[in-house]
Design a protein around this ligand. Structure first.
Ligand code: ATP
Length: 271
């Protein structure tokens, strides 16, 4: 199964609440995000077995602020997936935005431990995404709910990471202001692809800001002109995002299918 097939497969399994009957031992990845929590399970080759997600606001700007809520959600997702596959999940990996240290970094592992998963490793989010994309040499930009993260990989090694607080939440705030609606209504409006053409002119400045964050972060780090650029994270679902980001960034970037699931899949592969 190639990389994109794996992402499509994980999405299909999550939508249908089914599993792919592959041999264990299984790997488990938990992505604790600003906008959602995703639990993905793969076999030892990184082929998706099952997964589940919840929209939730238990993390802000990459930091767990509702520890109890986060633990309960991970526990629910774990139980749901265990019921689907008929196997008890015992250990798992988590990820953190680049630069998260100390107690803030520990919090993610503590959450999954509280939910009954032995936390066996923790990776940087864009590094996990690169793993799912099978990217050894390139740039991964991860635009989730709260932040825009960037990771540069050279010959399989991470050479640079950065993370800035602008993400899909900021797009929703701009929409809420422009249309005089609540944040929740703006999130709904934004996630409905039939509105994407209409809202794009309103949100282009935020996409341009995201591209500028990445450009600035890379500025003094070297010449990356021959590095392919992949943008993952839920914000990249927006129709026209790839075009607008490429235009502002000054280079063609690639958005994989179901960009929200790339990081969770990669986290599972690390466990
Ligand atoms: P972070 O990585 O910043 O902690 P996260 O892991 O929660 O956040 P993702 O799950 O990658 O981030 O993406 C969540 C963001 O993607 C939210 O802002 C959400 O509104 C947005 N999003 C999700 N689905 C869609 C969609 N179909 N169209 C547009 N935006 C979407």
């Amino acid at each position: 199964m190639n990389t994109y097939e794996k992402i499509y497969q994980l999405h299909h399994l999550m939508e249908t609440k089914t599993f792919q009957d592959l041999a264990g031992p299984y790997k488990v990845g938990v992505d604790l995000g600003t906008a959602d929590v995703v639990l993905a399970v793969t076999d030892s080759f990184g082929n998706p077995v099952a997964g589940s997600m919840r929209w939730a606001s238990v993390v802000r700007d990459g930091l767990v602020y509702d520890f109890r809520g986060a633990t309960e959600i991970v526990h629910e997702l774990k139980s749901e997936v265990e019921q689907i596959i008929g196997v008890k999940l015992e250990k798992g990996a988590t990820a953190i935005p680049p630069g998260t240290v100390g107690r803030n970094a520990l919090a993610c592992s503590n959450v999954i431990a509280g939910a009954g998963l032995d936390p066996i490793c923790q990776v940087d989010e864009p590094v996990a995404a690169a793993r799912a994309l099978n990217l050894e040499h390139g740039i991964v930009v991860d635009i989730g709910g709260g932040t825009t993260g960037v990771a540069v990989l050279k010959e399989g090694s991470l050479v640079f990471t950065a993370d800035e607080p602008t993400g899909g939440t900021h797009i929703s705030l701009v929409l809420a202001g422009a249309y005089g609606i609540t944040f929740e209504e703006a999130e709904k409006l934004k996630k409905d692809s039939s509105n994407h053409q209409q809202i794009m002119p309103v949100i282009v400045p935020v996409i341009e800001k995201m591209a500028t964050i990445v450009k600035r972060a890379l500025n003094d780090q070297g010449d990356f002109t021959d590095y392919p650029v992949y943008v993952v994270g839920g914000t990249a679902y927006l129709d026209g995002f790839e075009y607008q980001f490429s235009k502002a960034f000054g280079r063609k970037v690639h958005v994989p299918p179901h960009p929200l699931l790339v990081t969770p899949l990669g986290i599972a592969m690390y466990s």
